[in-house]
Design a protein around this ligand. Structure first.
Ligand code: SAH
Length: 360
């Protein structure tokens, strides 16, 4: 191996510089960086942050997350709102509730909303079309994102026509065999990927993503994520550490680590320089300064919660989720201060993707 001839610090720095320049590495090179991250973390974070700065400046975009239902037909082994969790109080917001969240968000400076839920079949195309068109009618200057799981092409098409602009659907892992260890048999990796392709072809701005440190994930899997993302070329990538939830089959599994999550954020920033990259609530949950660290490693988006406080604790994807007790207004105030402290500003903006069609 040529790698053995140089000190890992030198080797890693060269790989980071190469990645910055060429925006892609070979799988073995990504793997080498992931395995030797301790030697290069600070440098990697700095380079990734400078690339984010060169595209998005000192501005951090915010997206208002509205968790409108925790009812879900699926049984993902990691997820707290899985159908099999009988200890959970289920809720569904009404159309009026959802609109109220959006109105409140608008007055707080949000210009983009993410409607997220479990796969709740009550929300048929008709019901969703009405909600989407109402929000767009009231707030035509806002972008609307859906994060409601797998649906068929026709459904995605109808929702797009109703006014949805963006769609978040994490692929969860780029490895089919790993996917099968995280999900029951009736869920399929191929369908998840097909959904992402359908969304792209319908002109949605698409967000993919995965959990870092999910059970059975290897460092090689993480290297494969970067190759996968480069090929998929999404406008957004949502990643966060896996955190066990007490009422799931994975309750005794180890949680994901902060440092690997940060390294992955940086590697994603360098691989897809223009990508919209959130510092997630999960990252803020396992480390009090997780979101700030995420931004300093190359993230440029935050997704504060706009759900009514009365339901916040019921949308528990994992244990100890933060920001479940505060009103949206105080949440955003707290975030502003945190972000200012590290030299960045939260902006009132739709937070559009600053790349062309091809992410070069
Ligand atoms: N039903 C929608 C939304 C899912 S919840 C969908 O299928 O897309 C949003 C994301 O939370 C999931 O995609 C998953 O990556 C993440 N998540 C779920 N359980 C988690 C856990 N225990 N730890 C960390 N992230 C989790």
């Amino acid at each position: 191996m040529v790698y053995m001839q140089k000190h890992p610090t030198v080797m890693c720095k060269e790989l980071v510089d190469k990645l910055k320049k060429e925006k892609i590495l070979k799988k073995e090179e990504y793997l080498y960086l992931i395995q030797n991250r301790k030697y290069v973390e600070e440098y990697l974070f700095k380079v990734a942050r400078s690339v984010a700065d060169s595209i998005y400046g000192k501005q951090i975009y915010i997206r208002g997350l509205i968790e409108f239902s925790n009812i879900c037909k699926n049984n993902c082994y990691y997820c707290g709102i899985r159908n099999g969790n009988k200890n959970l109080d289920r809720y569904r917001l009404t159309k009026e509730d959802i609109l109220k969240c959006a109105d409140e968000g608008y007055s707080l400076g949000f210009r983009t909303f993410v409607l997220q839920s479990g796969e709740d079949m009550f929300f048929s195309d008709e019901v969703l079309e009405e909600i989407i068109s109402k929000i767009k009618e009231k707030h035509p200057d806002c972008a609307l994102t859906l994060s409601i799981g797998e649906r068929d092409f026709k459904s995605y098409e109808r929702l797009r026509k109703a006014g949805a602009d963006r769609y978040l659907l994490r692929h969860e892992t780029a490895s089919k065999s790993h996917y099968e260890k995280l999900h029951p048999e009736n869920m399929s990796f191929d369908n998840r990927i097909k959904c992402l392709k359908n969304l792209k072809s319908l002109g949605y701005q698409v967000g993919a993503g995965f959990m870092v440190g999910s059970p059975y994930q290897t460092e090689e899997n993480l290297a494969e994520e970067l190759i996968f993302l480069k090929k998929l070329n999404p406008q957004m990538v949502g990643i966060g550490p896996f955190i066990p939830h007490k009422d799931t089959p994975f309750k005794n599994e180890k949680q994901g680590e902060v440092d690997i999550t940060l390294v992955m954020l940086s590697l994603i920033r360098l691989t897809l320089p223009n990508v919209l990259l959130p510092a997630t609530t999960a990252l803020g949950t396992i480390d009090n300064l997780g979101r700030e660290k995420g931004i300093l490693a190359g993230a440029n988006v935050l997704m504060p919660n706009l759900s009514p406080v009365s339901v916040r604790k019921k949308y528990m994807l994992y244990d100890n989720k933060i920001c479940t007790g505060d009103e949206a207004a105080s949440c955003i105030e707290c975030l502003k201060q945190r972000i200012n402290k590290i030299g960045y500003d939260i902006v009132i903006s739709r937070g559009d993707y600053k790349g062309g069609k091809e992410n070069d």
